[in-house]
Every structure is written in C-alpha cells, then in structure tokens.
Design a protein around this ligand. Structure first.
Ligand code: SF4
Length: 366
C-alpha cells in the first residue's frame, strides 16, 4: 500500500479538495434516477437494497412497481411475503426481499412505521448491513456516514494506489476509513453518491476515463500510469458444481408446483418438485426417488426433457428436467412448504428462481 503522501485524499486539505471536486462534478453530471427525486428514507432504503448486485437500468422498473404497490413501511409490513416475492421475481438475491418484508414489520412494531435516522439503529434491521445503513443515513438523513461498495472501493483504491487485495480485511478497514474521512464534510449523502456515480460512469473497471475525471490531478493510480491494474482482487474459487433433478408432474392438465421453505437458498420461491441425486445415482432414478420421498407421489417412470444450467454466487447448478409418468397417491410434503396444482400460465406467474424459469421453458417446448 502506498503512503498517502502530502496530497492524499484522506488527509486534511487533500480530503477537502477531493470533496469539493467530487461535489461540483456530481452537481453537473449526476444521472436523473427515480430515487434521486425523493427524500423519503423508505424509498431510498428500497432503492439501495435493490441496487445491491443489480444494475441501475434493471432496478428502475422494479423500484417503480414496488413503491406503487408498497408506498410505505406499513403497506409492506401488511403484505403477504408471497406478494413481495412476486414483485421481486427476476431481480434475484431473494433474501433481500424477505429481509425488507421482515424489516418493515420491525419498523411498524418498534419504530412507529418509520426508518430511524442513525446508522446504528438502521443496522439492527434485518438485512441492513454497514453499506445500506451508511447509504440511508447519509442520503436520507444527511448524516456523515461512509459507504463502501464495489464502485467506491475501486475509486478509492485507485485514488490512493492501494495495491493490496481489496477483499482482505485490513484493506477493507482502510477503505472504510478513507470513505469516512470524505463523508465527514458538507453534504455527505451527495458526496457518497458522487463517489458511487464516479465509479459507475468514469472510474469504470475497464478503460477508466481519467482525462475527464475530476480527481485526475489527485489520483495516484493515474499518475503512476496503470489505473486499470487496480483494484487488486484475489482470485475467487470457482462456483461449486451441483446437480439436481426437477420433474414436470401433471394431473388433468395442471402441473405440480412446490414451495421451498422460507429460510435458505431461494426461500419461499416456487419450483418443480425434485431434489439432489445421491452420489453415483442416475438422474432418472433420483427423479423417481426424490418425488416419492418429498411429495409422496409414486411414478412408474420418467422421460428426459433436457438439462438447464444456472449459476448462483457460489454454485453452478445443472438441473436435469424430466416429464414424469402419471403419478399415483396423494401429495404428502417433506422438506417443502406448500404445493399447488396449476395451469402452466399460473405456474409461470408464481415467484420463482432463474433455474425454474428455464426448466418451465424447457417443459413448455417438450
Ligand atoms: S483519474 Fe482515473 S483512475 Fe483515478 S479516480 Fe479518476 S478515473 Fe479513476
């Protein structure tokens, strides 16, 4: 890690100059985004939650639909989880939706239906970590709280030529410290948004636009000539491959949909019944077995429809999809929350993950 030198942004006059440049650049260049037209802490919280791991253009229509249906914490708290998940379908990382729903209930119970203004209280809400607490406290309440997301980490790592792995805890501490120093001035909410905006639009991962950057004169990585080499990220281990089977079980033109338990991966979402094969087990055998064990239905056999691949953060799933022969018996669930027999259209309208959407598309073709 390089020292800050005399003009480091994290020290005295350096920080002041960086703040001034960032704010005037932001005033002239900020994108007009729906959540920037409101001062409502609830709306800002929803937008910050949606924006994690998700692109701005993707978020906009989801944000607008969500706010129209749940305009305040009380409306969200009163809703059924399934309706919240339905509005979230396609955004991914469904734990965010479950946490928003839980947190809205906490707000109604403990905070009179309003978001608290300090980061410490915000962090007691389900799903609200250091980043979201800092974003809401600074943007909605003008508190001098820092934020560090991927964009901010990249800008700060380049500004200070930080050459250590940005995922290492010592580097993370340093980045938060630098961000805190910048946020400890006027307009902390705008300052944080300026850093994020600069990372999203100018100090991009590839080919940063240094010649038009307001920080170029103070940027150590630019001076050293190779900003794209930063930030340094240690190689992540590749997603672990997993296999599963899923079966289209039909009765009188309706398909069997099962709901996953609320907790855990894809919690509360709907899917085709199935499960994971045992080591060495043929997928078709696993289909017959998991259906019997997890739904109580016995089937005489299956026809293969094909495979779909889906990547989660840590997993690479190969889902073997089958059309099941007509089942016998009554549904008795084990390890699923609920079940429904639905027309293909009604099934498609349920909240579901990407792998199930792909499997249903395969089933519709087959
Ligand atoms: S000068 Fe270049 S590397 Fe430095 S902050 Fe600006 S865009 Fe990023």
């Amino acid at each position: 890690m390089r020292g800050d030198g005399t003009d480091g942004a994290g020290s005295g006059t350096g920080a002041k100059a960086v703040r001034r440049r960032l704010l005037s650049w932001y005033d002239a260049n900020r994108r007009d985004l729906p959540w920037r037209r409101t001062g409502d802490p609830y709306a800002i919280w929803i937008s910050e939650s949606m924006l994690q791991q998700t692109r701005v253009e993707t978020v906009i229509p989801y944000y607008e639909r969500f706010l129209a249906r749940f305009p305040d914490p009380r409306a969200l708290a009163d809703a059924e989880l399934e309706e919240v998940l339905e509005l979230w379908t396609g955004l991914g990382y469904y734990s965010r939706a479950r946490n928003l729903h839980r947190a809205a209930r906490v707000l109604v119970r403990d905070h009179d239906g309003a978001l608290p203004g300090d980061a410490e209280s915000l962090r007691t809400l389900p799903g609200v970590g250091r980043y979201t607490a800092g974003a809401v406290a600074s943007i909605a309440f003008d508190r001098p709280e820092p934020v560090v997301d991927g964009n901010v980490a990249r800008v700060l790592a380049r500004l200070h030529a930080i050459e250590e792995d940005v995922g290492a805890s010592a580097t993370i501490r340093r980045l938060w410290k630098e961000a805190a120093e910048l946020a400890a001035g006027p307009r902390p909410g705008d300052l944080n948004q300026a850093l994020m905006e600069l990372g999203a639009t100018v100090c991009t991962p590839r080919r940063p636009r240094c010649p038009i950057c307001p920080l170029a004169r103070r940027c150590a990585a630019f001076r050293e000539g190779d900003p794209e080499a930063l930030p340094v990220k240690a190689k992540k281990s590749p997603p672990r491959p997993v296999r599963a089977v899923a079966g289209l079980v039909a009765r009188r033109g309706r398909w069997l949909a099962v709901q996953r338990p609320t907790e855990g991966l894809l919690g509360g979402l709907w899917e085709l019944p199935g499960g994971e094969p045992l080591p060495g087990e043929e997928p078709s055998t696993a289909m017959v077995r998991t259906l019997r064990e997890r739904t109580g239905l016995a089937i005489p056999g299956v026809d293969a429809l094909g495979d779909v691949d889906h990547v989660f953060t840590h997993l690479r799933l190969t889902l073997h999809v089958f059309r099941c022969k007509p089942p016998a018996g009554r549904v008795r669930l084990s390890g699923f929350e609920d079940h429904r027999w639905l027309s293909p259209d009604d099934f498609a309208a349920l909240p579901q993950g990407g792998a199930t959407r792909k499997a249903l598309a395969l089933a519709a073709e087959g």
